[in-house]
Design a protein around this ligand. Structure first.
Ligand SMILES: [Zn+2]
Length: 434
């Protein structure tokens, strides 16, 4: 079975647009009736739900931003009475109030189906034994993946994150075939296995579904190589119900299919708010069209990407978005040049002298912002001494300068000294904010 939901995953574009239009209209009526926040916003624009005549009218609606969710914490944007909810997740931002994700029974089922699609596309089947090393809790990763895997009928081992040695022992004892985790935690597991003398390539593990943090194609290859598996991606956000918003398929062409029968996708100019044409890079905006508890209109994700509409080699017709390499607020501006941490990651992972463990430090020197990258040396390089290290640092600095045009100080640090991730990795330390 190649698709979980063949009807929607391979639907013609015209039929999809018809379906989306019906859902879109229903959603705007629903939020207008049930959520005073949206009623006020639409009233201010003089816009009535019945003014909607086509999908193009989406662009006339107001945006929703992260602060709207914070300002309405915890249930101000909830469209149903609390007694109709069956689950409430939350994500803690680094600053400000958390964001709540409420679900009705129907919302939970839809989310589960979206996850089942994601996993089916990654090659997960009912006879798989899945180790779910996403954190279980308020975070949507643990339970979202758990539900999807149960739907497929696979056996879920709910290890949650952490206790890395035990993860490996279970992997050996249970003959785990699929791993779910963040990409950085997958790397931590692979490294620990090597330290324990376990050859991951000889284990039955064959597929990983990774997400919840931006990761590069180079990182995917690194994980595939170390674990001897095929690594796939799950993309999502708490505001839109968690993972399962978009997923990659066998094509692995750097794009993810969006579950567009559940979510409308737009790309806008982050400055003017104008909708950009297919293929152009901009800020990703989502509208949930099947959710009951919290169907957000035009939610600005701050993720930068582009979309393309073409039939994929996997047979799916679902629109594709380019893999996200970073939120617009993760972007660093150094000497007037915009840099995403993921760009530095892909340049580092090209280098044979270093391990894929790094941290980027942003400093202020006088009026200038500067970047320093600390990356772990391979043990052989580190043991070869100061001259070898110096040479490697110089070489990597030149490589980065050649590729992105600015000087970044690179420091090779001792193997094993950078904190390992068990969940979402912290790759940037901004000393300007300390
Ligand atoms: Zn595809």
């Amino acid at each position: 079975m190649k698709y979980w939901d063949e009807k929607f995953e391979t639907m013609s574009v015209d039929a999809m647009r018809d379906f989306q239009f019906t859902q879109f209209k229903k959603t705007v009526n629903w939020v207008y009736e049930k959520i005073p926040f949206y009623k006020n916003k639409l009233d201010d624009l003089g816009f009535k739900p019945n003014d909607i005549k086509s999908l193009g009218d989406l662009a006339k609606l107001p945006f929703t931003v992260k602060n709207d969710l914070r300002d309405n914490y915890p249930f101000g944007l909830c469209a149903v009475p609390i007694q109709d909810l069956v689950r409430i997740h939350a994500s803690s931002g680094t600053t400000g109030k958390p964001i709540t994700g409420p679900y009705t029974a129907d919302d939970l089922e839809q989310w589960t189906v979206c996850m089942a699609r994601n996993m089916t596309a990654a090659g997960v089947r009912s006879n798989d034994i899945i180790q779910n090393a996403y954190g279980y809790g308020l975070f949507t990763g643990g339970l979202g993946f758990h539900q999807g895997a149960s739907k497929i009928g696979a056996a879920v081992v709910p290890t949650s994150s952490g206790q890395t040695e035990r993860q490996i022992t279970i992997m050996q004892d249970f003959k785990t075939t699929v791993l779910f985790s963040t990409p950085s935690y997958a790397l931590t597991i692979a490294e620990k296995a090597a330290q324990m003398g376990v050859d991951m390539k000889s284990l039955p593990l064959r597929v990983g579904v990774f997400g919840a943090e931006p990761w590069t194609v180079e990182m995917r290859k690194e994980i595939e190589e170390r674990m001897g598996i095929k690594a796939h991606e799950a993309y999502g956000l708490t505001e839109l119900g968690g993972p399962g918003v978009a997923f990659d398929c066998e094509a692995q062409d750097g794009y993810l299919h969006v579950n567009e029968d559940h979510i409308l996708i737009e790309i806008i100019d982050p400055v003017t708010g104008e909708v950009l044409p297919l293929g152009q890079k901009g800020e990703l905006v989502f509208t949930a069209i099947q959710r009951q508890a919290m169907p957000l209109l035009r939610y600005r994700t701050r993720d930068i990407t582009s979309i393309k509409q073409e039939k994929c080699s996997c047979g799916r017709t679902l629109v594709k978005m380019e893999k996200v390499y970073g939120r617009s607020d993760d972007m660093l501006i150094i000497s007037g040049v915009n840099i995403f941490p993921s760009q530095i990651e892909s340049l580092l992972l090209d280098q044979k002298e270093v391990e894929p463990q790094y941290v980027i430090i942003v400093k202020k020197k006088g009026y200038l912002d500067t970047l320093e990258v600390h990356v772990e040396a391979k043990p052989a390089v580190y043991e070869a001494g100061a001259e070898m290290i110096k040479g490697a640092e110089q070489k990597i600095e030149n490589h980065i300068k050649g590729m992105i045009g600015i000087g970044i100080k690179v420091r090779l640090v001792a193997p094993g000294t950078i904190t390992r991730s068990e969940g979402k990795a912290k790759r940037v330390i901004d000393e300007r904010k300390l």
